[in-house]
Design a binder for this molecule. Structure first.
Ligand code: ANZ
Ligand code: ZN
Length: 738
């Protein structure tokens, strides 16, 4: 047996897989398809982060398992390449962002390839490539046509020293990230996308998808659907009225005053101090239920852009109204609640409001998709004809936004001054660019047909691959990217371009990898782990296995150097077992069947750490045996292959197999072989079932007790409580009495 040389093995099989196109996906209608997706990386100058490796490996494992189960798998990769860091780097160095991006993607590609991910590299996309953003611009034009893209005066973050508009992420504690000057708000016309038109469907359709509950909750809260009523309060001695929004029409008899937001039209020109209120003197509103005249106040606890920007105050039932009433000596009236429905139909109109706001869709920056419209004095805003797409970014000398706050594109008169496509008269190009969320809103569609020149993707390919079957990504994208792309997808669905109304059937999320000590990895602290050096010293397989073993996948976890040493040793053990293969060794049926079951189920539930630990147990058991059957060892290699692809491919082939281990069939287990060896223990707290776990029927009472008490679902109930009694029915049930 050769010694385990990870460097040679890893290079060898990476080359082999690529040349044999093993992981290329095809639109094979005879096969069932699986589309697994990870969030494509932003190719920053820092190179690949160990966090990328964690999420990529997870979906790689799932993709491999699916392939071995006979599915036709698409696992694509690309670059979310427009964005601020690249642009800021260009400002600093003068190097063109396109060049910076090329260098960075080259580095990322090399790093990802060195980890052996089974991406279909032939489908690589890059959002900053004109052949890609042509279609981002095309989708924008469709939104414009349908009235879903519009211009509105909005406040932007403005640094009065640097004279530039700042993105939200460049404002740190209210100050400019570059110079520390307090940021002010500057009014500017912005492009907006009317995502609020889809608020109802974005909320409701969450019922039809398999997203983690916490993801659904976050999206629902963000959309903020609220069912209530609008009620008119007439102004005494005037034909004017104030429309309010309430979720509590049942409290109408307890209304003792009205509060307007500072942005309300009746409050125009009135300035108030933060946190304070002022009465709108000489104006009284009439409570439609009691006919009483009540005062009208202005205060900033009422938001201008929610509901109607005005409320009916019920200090007896609402805390903020109560605080306000006490502060300004306003009456508090106790009442009996009425029936909500009745009150709504008698005084108001039933309405649904959303917290969601329209999406600000322009930036005064260079490195983004140019918005494909021109401004004509005669015709107004005129979209570019589709045949003129892509509208390419011109080269500029200076990447800094201009001193008026316009994008650097505004300074290139040759590019800006153009002809109106409508009247052929003089016109100016739009100089705003799209935000970095544009290209990522539809990239998963482009993967299905990345080279298509006639459409963003062909109908057949879209129909075959969509929806994405499983999308894993960061929790931080729940209310931005994930929501934005659901919106675009629904819009494309309405246009008839895609055949499903949701882009992603399933969405899961990973925890972050932190530096040792639980702090964020950052260049300035110098605690960033460099994957390249780990791949070099212990190998990509050891790194992959470590990242899957380091802790529960959905939790944040700190880096631990020693852990890598441990996983490397595990891989060496598996390697050395080759010596133990004996033609006449017995089969360890119970262990093998149990491990197949455990690993198969754990992968589906993203419990990669426990899957690996059962493979470690299997390996240790094999080590103790006098010999290992070829059959049993093959199973170990197949189960481990998705985690540690290179070393398993090497072993598999040196066992005489002619084809890749990934073309072999995923092992299945025989339930009869393990039936008697598994017991499911119910865990009760005070007689109520709170959890259960699987074990062997022979488990000792002590072990039953300690296992039950260490389950998080149980700990929650017993923590800090005195345990009075523990009742055990061996092999069946444990009841903890507190
Ligand atoms: C009377 C009332 C009585 C209210 C009561 C609440 C409790 P959600 O669920 O968030 O939609 N509200 C309405 N518009 C507002 C605005 N622009 N700024 C701040 N508050 C506003 O909350 C709806 C409730 O928030 C509304 O119902 C209104 O106060 C207030 F016992 O009306 B309620
Ligand atoms: Zn014109």
């Amino acid at each position: 047996m050769k010694p385990y040389n990870h460097a040679d093995i890893e290079k060898k099989w990476q080359k082999y897989w690529e040349s044999k196109k093993i992981f290329r996906a095809s639109e094979d209608v005879k096969k069932k398809k699986f589309y697994g997706l990870i969030e494509f990386p932003y190719p920053s100058g820092d190179g690949l982060h160990v966090g990328h490796i964690r999420s990529n490996t997870a979906m790689d494992i799932i993709s491999h398992k699916r392939r071995m189960e006979g599915w036709n798998v698409l696992y694509p990769i690309g670059w979310d390449a427009f964005g601020l860091p690249t642009e800021n780097y260009a400002i600093k160095t003068g190097i063109q962002p396109a060049v910076v991006t090329k260098n960075n993607t080259d580095t990322f590609r090399k790093q990802l390839k060195a980890l052996g991910f089974s991406f279909d590299w032939s489908r690589e996309v890059n959002t900053s490539d004109p052949t890609y953003y042509k279609w981002t611009q095309w989708i924008f034009l469709q939104l414009l046509k349908k009235g879903l893209a519009y211009k509105k005066k909005m406040a932007i973050n403005w640094c009065p020293k640097d004279l530039i508009g700042l993105a939200n992420e460049e404002v740190i504690d209210g100050n400019c990230e570059r110079c520390g000057t307090p940021v002010v708000q500057k009014e500017k016309e912005q492009w907006m996308l009317a995502i609020t038109k889809y608020a109802d469907r974005l909320d409701k359709d969450l019922d039809s998808v398999d997203f983690l509950e916490k993801i659904k909750i976050q999206q629902r809260n963000w959309i903020g659907k609220s069912e209530g009523a609008e009620i008119d309060f007439h102004i005494a001695n005037s034909d004017k009225k104030i429309k309010i929004f309430t979720t509590r029409p049942d409290t109408l008899f307890g209304v003792t005053f009205i509060v307007l937001s500072t942005g309300h039209e009746l409050a125009k020109g009135i300035v108030i101090k933060e946190g304070e209120g002022i009465e709108l003197k000489g104006v009284k509103a009439i409570n439609p239920a009691t006919k009483e005249e009540i005062p009208v106040w202005i205060a900033d606890y009422v938001l201008a852009d929610y509901g109607t920007g005005a409320i009916m105050a019920v200090p007896a039932h609402d805390e903020r109204d109560a605080d306000f009433a006490k502060k300004y000596g306003l009456p508090i009236k106790e009442i009996v609640l009425e029936d909500k429905k009745e009150m709504t139909s008698k005084y108001g109109k039933a309405v649904t409001k959303y917290k969601l706001r329209d999406w600000i869709f322009s930036r005064q920056r260079y490195w983004g998709e140019p918005i494909p419209v021109v401004h004509c004095d005669k015709c107004g805003i005129v979209p570019l004809p589709e045949k003129e797409l892509p509208l390419k970014l011109p080269k500029v000398k200076n990447y800094r936004p201009t001193e008026t706050g316009e994008s650097p594109l505004a300074a290139i008169s040759k590019w800006v001054n153009t002809k109106c496509p409508n009247c052929r008269g003089k016109a100016r190009r739009e100089t705003d660019t799209m935000p970095n969320w544009a290209g990522s809103s539809w990239y998963y569609l482009r993967y299905t047909d990345p080279k298509n020149k006639k459409a963003f993707a062909g109908e057949k390919n879209l129909k075959y691959w969509t929806p994405v079957d499983w999308y894993n990504g960061g929790m931080e994208h729940t209310t931005l990217h994930l929501l934005y792309s659901r919106f675009w997808h629904k819009f494309l669905f309405d246009l008839g371009c895609v055949s499903t109304s949701e882009p992603y059937q399933k969405r899961t999320s990973h925890g972050l990898i932190l530096a040792a000590g639980g702090v964020k990895m950052s260049k300035s602290i110098g605690n960033v782990v460099n994957p390249d050096s780990i791949v070099k010293t212990v190998g990509a397989d050891a790194l992959r296995v470590y990242e899957m073993f380091m802790g529960p996948f959905d939790q944040h976890i700190s880096w631990d150097e020693n852990g890598i040493v441990g996983t490397r040793r595990f891989i060496e053990k598996v390697w050395n077992l080759q010596q133990k293969i004996q033609p006449n060794a017995g089969e360890n049926e119970v262990l093998v069947n149990k491990t197949i079951k455990k690993v198969s189920e754990d992968i589906e539930e993203m419990k990669f750490n426990t899957a690996i630990s059962s493979l470690m147990i299997m390996t240790n058991e094999f080590e103790k045996q006098e010999g290992v059957s070829r059959n049993n060892y093959s199973t170990l290699i197949q189960l481990l292959a998705p985690f540690a692809p290179h070393v398993c491919e090497e072993i598999w082939r040196s066992m005489g197999n002619k084809k890749s281990v990934f073309l072999s069939v995923w092992p299945t287990f025989d339930p009869d072989k393990i039936a008697e060896s598994i017991a499911r223990i119910m865990v009760q707290v005070n007689g109520k079932v709170r959890a259960n776990f699987e074990t062997t029927p022979e488990i000792s009472e002590d072990k039953m007790k300690s296992t039950a008490m260490s389950l998080p679902e149980v700990m929650k109930w017993i923590e800090g409580k005195e345990i009075k009694k523990v009742i055990i029915v061996k092999g069946k049930l444990i009841n903890i009495v507190i």
